[in-house]
Design a protein around this ligand. Structure first.
Ligand SMILES: [Fe+2]
Length: 159
């Protein structure tokens, strides 16, 4: 995505901390094997704002806060907690949103096993079609993963 070293560092920190607000979500909700009820979902949906509030008093995390607050927002404006989209939704949370979705799809979850790469790609590309995800980021991720060098490139970014 042609980010500089400082932006990559912000992205890395934001990716590590993006779900920090989940510390307030009870384990029985986080680890529930079945569908969440409406009320349980409303509790889960608080975590971006809770995370934002946790980091609010720490100046070190100023650049990271938009990632934490907006990693469940969507380019088409249908995400949460603020419903920001279009030009108001910055690149960093868009990247973490795509990475978060890919991580969820390609990992075992309490409610289903991990999905094969082709299926992950189909779901992410459908998400981009709807405007739920940034298509340019999905394409970039799939390009990297398709090269089979994702681990190598991630290792380079993280070290
Ligand atoms: Fe999250």
């Amino acid at each position: 995505m042609k980010l500089g070293a400082a932006e990559l560092q912000t992205l890395r920190t934001g990716a590590l901390l993006h779900d920090i607000g989940k510390v307030t979500v009870p384990d029985q909700i986080l680890n529930k094997p079945g569908q969440l009820t409406h009320d349980e979902m409303e509790i889960v949906k608080r975590h971006p704002l809770v995370g934002f509030e946790i980091l609010k008093s720490m100046r070190t995390f100023e650049a990271v806060r938009p990632i934490v607050r907006w990693h469940h927002e969507r380019p088409n404006g249908t995400g949460y907690p603020d419903g920001v989209g279009g030009d108001d939704l910055p690149l960093m949370p868009r990247i973490v949103a795509v990475a978060d979705c890919f991580d969820a799809l390609s990992s075992d979850r309490p409610y289903r096993p991990c999905l094969p790469l082709d299926e992950c790609r189909t779901i992410l590309e459908a998400g981009a079609e709807r405007g739920d995800l940034d298509g340019r980021i999905v394409d970039t991720l799939m390009h990297i993963v398709g090269q089979g060098t994702a681990d190598l490139q991630l290792a380079t970014v993280l070290n």
